[in-house]
Design a binder for this molecule. Structure first.
Ligand code: DQA
Length: 143
């Protein structure tokens, strides 16, 4: 089964969006890197992005049926979405929360994650390498 790599709001703007914080790579670049790393690890990934909370929730439910694990950068929904927390709780596959930036070194409103208690673990602050680290983390988790 594939690993779902799910991306939330505004991540389609990666590369153009606050490059001082998020870097210059586009989401397509990150997708390519994830595919390459997954291949090295003997995994496959399905990489998706949506700006809509309900779509991410539907994908989480789908992951419960079709995925071996999930890596999610939920963007700002991280800090607000009880519904995403509940969706993660509703499935039995491991979910890793990831962030490009170190959310704890930024504004106070980014310090709390609604989804963290429902996740297996969290990776943040390593730039777009956070995605690669999440795949490695999930590889050892599902092994
Ligand atoms: C983010 C951090 C969030 O606080 C922010 O809302 C994002 C991106 C990150 O990857 O660093 O959209 O999840």
């Amino acid at each position: 089964k594939p690993i779902f790599v799910l991306n939330g709001p505004n991540l389609n703007m990666l590369g153009k969006r606050e490059p001082g914080i998020y870097g210059g790579k586009t989401l397509a670049d990150v997708e390519q890197e994830c595919a390459a790393v997954a291949a090295e690890l003997g995994l496959t990934v399905e990489f998706r992005q949506s700006n809509h909370e309900g779509v991410l929730i539907d994908w989480m439910h789908e992951a419960g049926e079709r995925a071996s694990a999930v890596a999610i950068n939920a963007g700002a929904f991280t800090h607000t979405s009880i519904a995403l927390h509940d969706a993660i709780k509703a499935i039995s596959v491991p979910v890793v929360e990831l962030h490009i930036s170190n959310v704890h070194a930024r504004e106070e409103f980014r310090h709390h994650s609604m989804i963290a208690p429902a996740c297996k673990g969290i990776i943040c602050g390593f730039g777009t390498q956070s995605y690669v680290l999440a795949l490695h983390a999930l590889k050892t988790t599902i092994a």
